[in-house]
Each structure stands twice: as C-alpha cells, then as structure tokens.
Design a binder for this molecule. Structure first.
Ligand SMILES: Cc1ncc(COP(=O)(O)O)c(C=O)c1O
Length: 429
C-alpha cells in the first residue's frame, strides 16, 4: 500500500495532482521463497550447471505448452538462433519477419548470414500482417535474388499472430515457421497453446520462449525452444558446442568421457540454478497469468471510454498472455507527444516503456538496407503513439489504480478542445 501525498511542485498542487510516494517500476520480477529455496538447494548440490533440474524443467515446460519435448537454453535469442541453424538457413537465404519487434530476432538472421526481409504489421494487433507476406516474398526472391526459407512471426505483447494464413503461405511455398513467442507464455491460438502448433502443422514450426527478468516466467536470463523432434535434436547439438554428449552424460555416474564434435556449435545451455527458478515459476504461471489478465481488464474498463486513448485489440480467437499492455494515444486529440506523455507519467512516479522501436528505424538496419520510416507505414505510425503500461503480478491493487489515475490526469491536462482537434486534423498533423 502506498502513502499518498500532494506533489511538492506548486503548479501541480494548484491543479490538485496527486502522485505516488514511490516510483512504480515497469516490470519487476516476482520471486518467492520456493524459488530461493530451490536455488539454494542447487548451490548445495554437486550439480550447478546443466543437469537434472534442467531436464525436469524441460519436461514440465513441454507438458505445459503441449509440445513433445523442449530444449532449455540461455535466452530466447539463443533459441531463435538455434532454430535457424537447425533448419540450415544461411547465406543467400531470407526470412520474412515484422519490423515491430525486439532486435534479437533479426540479429540472429544476420548472424547466420541470411537476410531479414520485413513485412508490415496490421494496425489492430500490431502483429505481422499475413496479407503483406506475399509481396515481401516476391521482393526477396525477384528483387534481391534471395531464397526465402522461413517466416518469423512475433506474438507481440502475448497476443498470438493470426497463424492460419501464415501457415497456409508457408505450406504453399515450402517455408518453415519460426515463432518468436518471447511474450507468449501462456497464449493460445484458436484453442491451441502457443508451443503446440507444430503437432498439427504441415510445415516445420519451431517456437522460442524468453525467461528474461521482465517476462511472464523468469529464470533471470533463459529461454526454451520447442520444435519437431528431429529439429530439436539438431538444435540440441548446436547448443552444446556441437558435441555428441552433454556434460551430464559425460560426468554423471553412468556417463562416459568420450564425445565427438559433429558441428561447430555454440554454448547456449541453461544452468540448473536457472532451472531451479524456472521449475517454481512454471508452477505459479496460472496465478501470474490470472493477475496479468485482471490488470489488463481493469485498464480496459478504465480507459475504454476515453476518446484520447485506444486500448489493445484482442481477437476473438486469441488466448492473450498479457505480457504487455500497450496503450495507444490518439495524438491529434492531445496537445502532447508520446514522449511527453511518458515524461508526464514518469513525473507522476509511473514507469513505462515502448515496445518497440521498429527495426527499420535502427541505425544498423536503416543504413545497411537503406530504409526510410515510411517503408513500413503502419509500424512507423503506431510506434509513435504507443506506450506500454506496467502490467505485472507484482502490482498491488493500489498500484493499478495509481497508473489509472496518472494516465487519466495526463489526458485531462493535455486534452485538446474539440475545435483544435478539427484544426489539427485539417492540417494533417
Ligand atoms: C519479442 C522478443 N523476442 C526476443 C527477445 C529476446 O529474449 P531474450 O532476452 O530471452 O534473448 C525479446 C526480449 O525482450 C523480445 O521481446
């Protein structure tokens, strides 16, 4: 519970603005005594790196998402990289993906020597727009002379992409699908859990999850890959230096010292210390998810009728993980930019974020591929009016109300009179 006080700023005082006493961080982790005890137990055991707890975590995770097996790794970035390696994607190849995502997915495409080819998002969910994929494939193959090998949809905020049309395009063109499910635990598409789509798909589907500190389940850093068995086996090889036996198989009582190196692999393994956290976080996932959903619904109730704000789109078929609550600002109705809006919330002690700066605006990709902001007009436009509000199970009831009060007070303060809105619209601003 937070103590309320009037702000010390005399101007704000005049307007009777109240702010929280303490800063509300955007998304702190929620670690309990169970996790702490399990980590201590691991530290006291003789096995602190990849071993029995990682195995148990992989099995429990696979059961949770309905996948045949899972590979625990050091990050979601590693899982995405391994997906590309397992599929043999490399130089001269292209992967179609979204501009509105975190940089790691496109980075790993670059790492294997392939080219990320971007297709714009749809304005509702902000996810990759399946209707934009055929043109991106054409551009990659005809204009750039590349072989398109895969589509990488990102389930942004935890709202799944519309997978049927994406899978249909993949099947028609013989492409694999590499799902970036960093935000999507637990999420579902038309009743199927994200992580289980490979079972019924006609094309290879590989799915990567993130356990970074802010994620719906955290192991501090970490990730999980689920994929059809042969591809998962290949990814496992790549994840452990390309060695035919992992350390557990070599150093445990029934292990044997001999191994062969069969790939020039990477070191992407998860440790038992991380898995100790993951095992308990996984048990708590339904409770965490319930709390995230409650917060999102409370925000929807509070902001749904405010004209200056747009609440997140949710499709009827979506089981939403609510990793992020992305509010969009109707900027022509306010005398304030998105960045000023964020600063105003910060001055009211509310931490926020923006997910994400589109890939084509980042210096490296802009300069390498000669992008201009309007190349992906939907991503560019939406990015400029997005703000992610705190939405985490660490939040108390009062924290949620503080966010609502702060957002409402900023809107009230900077709302444009109706006449001014018409002028802004006419001037095309
Ligand atoms: C959409 C998306 N993909 C991938 C990642 C990478 O996850 P990790 O930090 O586990 O590598 C993130 C991390 O924030 C993300 O938001």
């Amino acid at each position: 519970m937070h103590v309320w006080r009037k702000t010390a700023d005399p101007q704000a005082l005049q307007k009777s603005v109240v702010v929280r006493d303490s800063f509300l961080p955007f998304s702190p982790p929620l670690i309990g005594e169970d996790e702490i005890a399990e980590v201590v137990d691991t530290l006291r055991s003789d096995w602190i790196t990849t071993g029995p707890k990682v195995k148990r975590f992989e099995q429990s995770f696979a059961e949770t998402v309905g996948a045949p097996d899972a590979l625990a790794v050091s990050s979601c970035t590693a899982a995405l990289h391994l997906s590309l390696l397992a599929l043999g994607i490399g130089s001269g190849d292209a992967v179609i993906t979204t501009p509105l995502t975190f940089c790691s997915g496109v980075h790993v495409i670059e790492h294997v020597g392939a080219q990320p080819v971007l297709a714009d998002v749809e304005a509702g969910t902000l996810n990759l727009d399946a209707r934009a994929i055929p043109a991106a494939v054409e551009r990659a193959e005809r204009d750039l002379g590349l072989r398109v090998k895969a589509i990488m949809p990102v389930h942004l905020s935890g709202h799944p992409c519309d997978m049927d049309p994406i899978l249909a395009i993949a099947a028609e063109r013989g492409l694999a699908v590499i799902e970036d499910a960093a935000h999507s635990l637990p999420a579902s598409y038309k009743g199927k859990t994200i992580g289980s789509l490979s079972i019924s798909a006609r094309v290879p589907v590989l799915t990567s999850f993130s356990f970074y500190a802010t994620k719906n389940l955290t192991t501090a850093e970490g990730g999980m890959l689920v994929a059809p068995p042969a591809l998962l086996q290949e990814a496992r090889l790549w994840s452990q230096h390309g060695m035919s036996r992992d350390a557990w198989k070599r150093y445990s009582a029934d292990g044997s010292w001999f191994y062969e190196v069969v790939r020039p692999g990477f070191k992407y393994n998860m440790t038992d210390i991380q898995a100790a956290l993951g095992l308990h976080q996984l048990k708590k996932l339904p409770v965490f998810h319930q709390r995230r959903s409650e917060i999102a619904y409370r925000y929807n109730d509070a902001f749904g009728a405010i004209e200056e704000l747009e609440t997140p789109t949710r499709r009827a078929w979506a089981g939403h993980a609510w990793h992020l609550y992305v509010l969009r600002l109707n900027l022509e109705q306010m005398a304030i930019s998105r960045d000023q809006f964020i600063a105003e919330l910060h001055s009211r002690n509310i931490g926020t974020s923006v997910h994400f700066i589109p890939i084509h605006l980042h210096a490296f990709y802009r300069d390498k591929y000669g992008y201009v902001p309007e190349d992906f007009p939907v991503a560019n436009h939406e990015y400029r009016r997005m703000v992610s509000l705190p939405c985490s199970p660490r939040m108390q009831k009062q924290d949620v109300e503080d966010v609502i009060d702060a957002v409402t007070s900023v809107v009230t303060k900077f709302r444009r009179p109706v006449k001014a809105r018409q002028f802004v619209r006419a001037a095309g601003r």
